[in-house]
Design a protein around this ligand. Structure first.
Ligand code: BGC
Length: 418
């Protein structure tokens, strides 16, 4: 990785164009906000920027979880065509900052008192070696269970608050010919469901050992076996062969009443709302059973890239506008995530968002980072875990114990681990 980073930096420096841009030049923004709600949220940002004299030139790369966007970004930097702003999140962010590709935002951050107003978890995430390296957009909650209110009313049950209740609901739904759970075999979606189930079965302390400290031996714990067994069961309960589909198609199944539940980050809630559904009438959201008092987060951020275009003042302006409370509320209301500040009034947001924000703010909550969404480990570990889970699920002969051994083998402890 280090070698690649050095290579990237080498090429990027060689490719720096030598001319200065005029302030009116638009900022080129590379991101993966391409579903209906994501698009609207991006448009909201671009119109706030436009109202403040900053033109947004869109470079949207479709693909859930940013799988394609991250690759395109790397190749654009290698070609000397680096955008000015990029949706870089989690550990990807620190890797890019490490090789000097990210513009430090310390001046904006101190002017707007980020250290005093951001949630400490968010401030930590955007801080690296004394630099502030990104503007935080919003906090997503991954341990979210969305359910179709009409289908649950039909079977006369509340949404499940334990796995026992979940099983009862599954049997009742299946007995009525309703698919209990919307599912996709895309590796990143499998990994997203798995980490929420892992948090449920392992609890936050073991989850941290597995995902944050990345202790190989911890992956052999019987609670991981339980999570793997549950994952296989969740995939099997629809009775029909699972397939790969976009997360938006899975959300569509939920809204259309084809499936009754969906385990997905709360961007899926944003999507349902963008399609006109109401969280009080059409669907509801609760936390996945066993994950009460925990918040499995993915925090979206925009990095300003140091690409030699001499647009620092405009890039700083972008960061400043992103941080503004009014932008945070307007953007997150659409996106499905919640504002990053601890002193903001979220009363105008929907009930799922209010719960998520209150849980994130509560000192008793265990806040744990998402692996599937790059908050905990680099791209290669994340991909190796997702591929291993995909293999485990698609090969019925692979026992959970074998999957545990393979997961233990692909997990590497962080280089600064004791
Ligand atoms: C991002 C979300 C996005 C989701 C689906 C996640 O990695 O954090 O903002 O909506 O992927 O593409």
């Amino acid at each position: 990785m280090k070698a690649l980073a050095v290579l990237l930096l080498g090429w990027a420096v060689l490719a720096l164009p030598g001319w200065a841009q005029t302030p009116a030049q638009p900022v080129d923004v590379l991101h993966w906000l391409t579903s209906a709600s994501e698009r609207r949220a991006a448009n909201q940002l671009s119109s706030i920027l436009a109202a403040n004299g900053v033109q947004w030139r869109d470079a949207a790369i479709p693909g859930g979880g940013g799988m394609a966007a991250v690759k395109v970004l790397k190749s654009r930097v290698l070609m000397g065509d680096s955008p000015d702003v990029a949706q870089l999140i989690g550990t990807t962010l620190t890797e890019w900052a490490d090789v000097g590709l990210v513009l430090p935002l310390n001046a904006v951050a101190s002017r707007q008192r980020w250290a005093q107003t951001l949630f400490p978890t968010v401030m930590d995430l955007v801080s690296y070696n004394g630099m502030v390296i990104a503007a935080p957009l919003g906090i997503h909650r991954i341990n979210t269970l969305l359910y179709n209110r009409r289908l649950f009313a039909r079977i006369g049950l509340p949404p499940p608050s334990s796995w026992a209740e979940f099983e009862v609901a599954v049997h009742k739904l299946a007995a009525q010919g309703i698919q209990p759970l919307a599912w996709s075999d895309e590796p990143w979606q499998i990994a997203t469901v798995f980490e929420a189930v892992l948090l449920s079965d392992a609890g936050p302390a073991l989850y941290r050992e597995l995902i944050v400290q990345r202790k190989s031996s911890a992956w052999l714990d019987p609670r991981v076996e339980r999570a793997l067994t549950r994952l296989r069961w969740l995939r099997s309960i629809n009775g029909e062969p699972p397939r790969e589909q976009a997360w938006t198609d899975a959300a569509r199944e939920l809204l259309a009443g084809k499936a009754a539940m969906l385990v997905m980050g709360d961007w899926a809630k944003g999507e349902l709302i963008a399609w006109g559904a109401s969280p009080s009438k059409d669907f509801g959201c609760v936390v996945l059973p066993g994950t009460e008092n925990t918040h499995l987060y993915s925090i979206d951020t925009l990095a300003m890239l140091a690409n030699g275009h001499h647009r620092d003042a405009t890039q700083e302006k972008v960061a400043e506008l992103v941080f503004n409370a009014s932008t945070q509320l307007a953007y997150n209301r659409i996106k499905g995530s919640v504002p990053v500040q601890r002193d903001i009034d979220v009363a105008s947001l929907d009930s799922c968002a209010r719960d998520s924000w209150a849980s994130f703010a509560d000192p008793r909550t265990a806040r744990v980072p998402s692996l599937a969404h790059r908050m905990a480990a680099d791209e290669s570990i994340k991909d190796a875990v997702a591929q291993t889970l995909w293999r485990y699920l698609t090969d019925p002969r692979m026992e959970p114990a074998e999957a545990q051994r393979r997961l233990a083998a692909v997990i590497r402890a962080p280089s600064n681990a004791p």
